[in-house]
Design a protein around this ligand. Structure first.
Ligand code: AMP
Length: 420
């Protein structure tokens, strides 16, 4: 009768444990680089995305959860977070002094995607954005953070696919050369590419159609048409990446399709899953802040899919084990009151313990404990109450022993420190 909305799923158990591990790494690693977290609303006025993601993109055209609110204003559930972060920077006037502003975010995004494996309609992204710095050094810093984060999670075979898309000033020369190239073999390109040659030629470079990809053999590259400053920027970034031991390959077909994207564009590929697949993408977007009504501000950022990253980590490392805390089982009313007081003392000491509060028979309590994967049951019956002790049952081995109540915190700590 009831099921979750198509493309949207509950996160729990092993998958959620991987999400949590990743999120903890994000706070730790990004925080160490001086990035601050920002959480923007899930709903934004539709304009924010139309102006930033771009009217001609698939996201805006086909994939947005867009509706009128009760006040008849068009609002959209964010399909990505850069637009919201830029809107927030402008709202809070964080960019007026030209100070560098470093922010990261994570949270759910919504796209009405065609259903396929690993694609969801509610999915999660982690992203980092740096505002106010135009230098290749800021890009190298952000990419170093990204690699430290991914390598820290155990991903090994990462490589950066890199390009420069130039600037709005250098692009007309590329577009003209590309148009000549295109016209000479126009028949080989798909209908979408014929539209793109009029609206946004560089988007042809990443057309998914294999015939178009073959027809692109020998195409003019954007890097050949860079202005001097963009060329120097690109070389310097490559020099810095080499010095940082971040492996990269130049990919002249890598594009970020909109006008406010400038210079650096990149993807990170991982072969940890066998075939190389893109884990994330990003680049420089010096024109966007202005598009959203802010001061002219250089910016650089990227976004990574958390769902996909969690999947890769699970395949690499297996399940993220769940260790439920020991279960304290009181038998009878007097033991129940004592157990509540004891558990509270132990919680206050920072220990983890779960309380059986059903007042049920021992057999039933142990049955549930076994099904929940509990490894240790601390049983408090009348006999134990008299002796100020607990009966301790190791559920994996069936072994029993007795601990004095005053020794319990120490014994629990010892067990924790013995865990691998
Ligand atoms: P994009 O914002 O389209 O550049 O996507 C950045 C990353 O987000 C991708 O590399 C994916 O890992 C992830 N992503 C995008 N769309 C989805 C989706 N529908 N479901 C799951 N992950 C997604």
């Amino acid at each position: 009768m009831s099921s979750s909305v198509k493309g949207m799923r509950d996160l729990w158990g092993d998958e959620l444990r991987w999400f949590r591990r990743i999120e903890e790494a994000v706070h730790r690693v990004f925080g160490a680089h001086g990035y601050r977290e920002i959480r923007t609303p899930i709903l934004e006025y539709t304009e924010v995305f139309k102006r930033s993601v771009g009217d001609s993109s698939d996201i805006v055209n086909k994939e947005m959860y867009e509706f009128l609110d009760k006040g008849n204003r068009s609002v959209t559930m964010r399909p990505e977070n850069t637009a919201g972060v830029v809107r927030a920077m402008v709202d809070h006037k964080l960019l007026v002094n030209n100070d560098p502003q470093l922010f990261y975010y994570m949270g759910p995004m919504f796209r009405y995607e065609r259903m396929q494996a690993g694609r969801y309609r509610q999915f999660w992204q982690i992203g980092a954005e740096s505002f106010g710095v135009a230098s290749p050094e800021s890009e190298a810093e952000s990419l170093a953070m990204l690699f430290d984060f991914l390598q820290g999670l155990g991903l090994k075979s990462l490589s950066l696919s890199l390009n420069s898309v130039g600037t709005p000033e250098s692009r007309p020369a590329f577009n003209a050369a590309f148009r000549n190239f295109f016209d000479a073999r126009a028949d080989s390109f798909c209908g979408d590419c014929h539209r793109r040659i009029e609206t946004n030629p560089m988007r042809i470079l990443d057309c998914k159609n294999t015939r178009c990809q073959e027809a692109l053999e020998g195409h003019p590259t954007m890097v050949e048409f860079l202005d001097d400053a963009s060329r120097a920027h690109h070389s310097r970034l490559k020099e810095l990446l080499t010095a940082l031991d971040i492996p990269f390959v130049e990919n002249p077909r890598l594009v970020r399709g909109l006008d406010y994207y400038t210079r650096t564009a990149f993807e990170v590929l991982s072969s940890d899953l066998g075939a190389q697949s893109a884990l994330l993408g990003g680049g420089r977007y010096d024109g966007l802040v202005k598009v959203l009504g802010g001061p002219d501000t250089p910016a650089f950022g990227w976004a990574i899919g958390l769902d996909r990253l969690a999947m890769v980590l699970k395949q690499l490392h297996g399940e993220a084990p769940f260790n439920p805390p020991p279960l304290l089982i009181p038998l009878g009313e007097a033991a129940s009151s004592k157990a509540l007081r004891l558990a509270r003392q132990w919680w206050a000491l920072g220990l983890s313990v779960q309380l059986e509060t059903r007042g049920c028979a021992l057999k039933k309590a142990l049955g549930s404990a076994n099904r929940m994967g509990v490894k240790l049951a601390l049983i408090l019956g009348d006999g134990e109450l008299e002796k100020n002790a607990v009966a301790v049952k190791h559920l994996e081995t069936g072994q029993q022993e007795e601990w004095a109540l005053e020794d319990v915190p120490l014994k629990l700590r010892e067990r924790l420190s013995q865990k691998p």
